[in-house]
Design a protein around this ligand. Sequence first.
Ligand code: PA5
Length: 443
Amino acid sequence: MQDIRFSYSNAVSAEQMQVIQPLVEKAQSVLASGTGKGNDFLGWRTLPADIRTQLDDIQSTADRLRRQCDIIVCIGIGGSYLGAKAVIDALQSSFSALENQRPQIVYAGQNIGEDYLYELQNLLRNRSFGIICISKSGTTTEPALAFRLLKTQLEEQDGKQKACERIVCITDAKKGALRTLATQEGYKTFVIEDNIGGRFSVLSPVGLLPIACAGFDIKALIDGAEKMMDVCGENTPFDQNPAMLYAAARNILYREEGKKVEMLVNFHPKLHYVSEWWKQLYGESEGKEGKGIFPASVDFTTDLHSMGQYIQEGERHLFETVISVLAPNHTVIFPHDEMNLDGLNFLAGKRVDEVNKMAELGTMLAHVDGGVPNLKIEMPCLNEYYLGELIYFFERACGISGYVLDVNPFNQPGVEAYKKNMFALLGKPGYEKETAAIKARLA
Ligand code: PA5
């Protein structure tokens, strides 16, 4: 079976790659030996192999929730929901919500929108629903707030016993308010291991349980990831290792060409949330110490009609990484029309994807001509196996790239700043000093 492929010839030269190669090899070896910054968070490296013993438990829990529930609410924020949503959205029908599929997966705890929560509560009223609450720390405000609201609603609608059977918590083995609550209430739980950070957790129960609940094949996902664990691992040399080549190319563009912004591009709208997941992975891993490529994303051809002008002719600080899906899963043939009033008969008999592919090629040529280098990732098609490959590829490349940049890719100290201010402004006990300081500043 052909794996996902990475190519860089429209962006950097062979000579540039040769120069950066030793640095990337060193980063890969530091990552492999576990001797670099943040080395207590490297559990994701072998997760595709390690998680296999839990797959049956995850699958049978998902099967139970699928039998019990019309709607399953996944509560979590950042790394605790983006991976699952990325995979589910990439695989499910674009119109699944209107197709009466059961169960529907919906999300909460990823924002604090009062209208969003009101509308969700309305949707769930008198429906049979379940909750998967995911928080590694078990103390994050957004999911904790949503969980209290929805747990209360579930207990009021169905009683405490039934609610207990429909709630699953995924959290730390011992620490945090969610662990305490789950133990006290007797909820089914899965553990997020200490050595796996949120944004590297999609191949753990964090991503796998919701994906299995949506009816997708988690074993195939893990098979693909495990294949990439080998292909991107330390035993594959630089010139054949897609994760090392991607880490190399993006760092060359950043350091030598002044390309401070990387745009992940797709021509497949179902990949929108893969980009959201990728932005979190790279943004939180690399954006620190005044350094890091800014990860952005666009969905083409949609965004060619909004961002296309800037990309073609605006500030030249951009490069693109295009995810190209070689074959769609379905066939639509463009019809012939006798009148040909729209002038499109030159497309008659062609697949819609042929038009999409020419848009993709035409865009690449135009953007490269306009000074926007293009990296490319080719996926044979959109299925669980190749998404598993893509996920591990991006994770491995992120670890390598972070070390090339000389940052700790596995922490996120900057995320705390807004929380401290929010707690102080809300008058959380223990934040009195910060509250006083903010009041003085705003006076
Ligand atoms: O990648 C990360 O570590 C973060 O994005 C977390 O996933 C996010 O902040 C949610 O944290 P928690 O799972 O502790 O609620």
